[in-house]
Design a protein around this ligand. Structure first.
Ligand SMILES: C[S@@+](CC[C@H](N)C(=O)[O-])C[C@H]1O[C@@H](n2cnc3c(N)ncnc32)[C@H](O)[C@@H]1O
Length: 225
């Protein structure tokens, strides 16, 4: 099974867990959306409103943590200057996936859009699931730190590309985020897709068994050589 399929399977399983167990939160969030395929999986499995954040074009910026040498810096600079416009394709995919009506697209720099979104909606914001998949340090950091207070108990965050050498900023942002958090369950999901990092909020220490079972189920599904 290709890594992308594993990622979708993982998102489906997590979403189904949230739904079946009546975990609260009236929406999910995807930070880094591109063609919308992961959003479609979450929206279909959860059947809750989705807020989707992306430029649908280029990286607005990157940091030194994302590019550890000059070659990589040059590559990322190109992605800042120019990127494929995927907005319309994403909209078309959401329509075809039958979820456009419950997805709200927030176009622009995640580092500005998410803090603004939180400011405007903080009185009623209640999030059940977050998929963080922006490839870079700063948008990942902003996504985790800004949205964490509004993630419900039992809600989950899946961070894509954790430990992926190509995107060193992801691990750094996740590890920094975790350093001062309590009542939190975490797991890297299986060696081969170690780029996936699962986080669950567990305010009252009641989800550990469920979390372990969920992680095992996903890992068992992908015995990897
Ligand atoms: C790997 S793709 C997302 C893939 C998608 N989640 C999926 O599973 O198919 C990463 C996306 O993050 C977006 N991105 C990265 N940094 C961003 C930023 N600061 N603001 C908005 N979008 C950003 C890029 O435009 C790109 O579309």
């Amino acid at each position: 099974m290709e890594p992308k399929h594993r990622q979708r399977y993982l998102l489906k399983k997590i979403s189904e867990y949230i739904k079946v167990n009546n975990i609260e939160g009236d929406c999910f969030i995807e930070s880094g959306v591109k063609y919308g395929n992961a959003s479609i999986v979450m929206a279909n499995a959860l059947n809750r409103k989705g807020y989707l954040f992306d430029t649908w074009k280029n990286f607005p910026h990157f940091s030194d943590f994302d590019a550890l040498d000059d070659k990589r810096k040059k590559k990322l600079q190109k992605r800042v200057k120019k990127g494929k416009d995927t907005y319309q394709e994403c909209v078309d995919n959401l329509i075809e996936g039958g979820v456009k009506d419950i997805c709200i697209l927030k176009k622009g720099d995640i580092c500005k859009k998410i803090p603004n979104f939180v400011k405007k909606n903080k009185d009623h914001l209640s999030i059940s699931l977050i998929h963080s998949d922006s490839d870079l340090y700063e948008p990942t950091k902003v996504t985790l730190e800004e949205l964490w207070p509004y993630l419900v108990d039992g809600g989950m965050i899946l961070v894509h590309d954790y430990e992926k050498k190509q995107w060193p900023g992801i691990k750094k942002s996740v590890d920094e985020f975790l350093s001062d958090k309590k009542n939190i369950l975490t797991s890297v999901i299986e060696e081969n897709i170690s780029e996936s990092f699962l986080i669950m909020k567990d305010n009252n220490n009641q989800y550990e068994d469920d979390f372990k079972k969920l992680v095992k189920e996903v890992n068992d599904r992908f015995p990897y050589k």
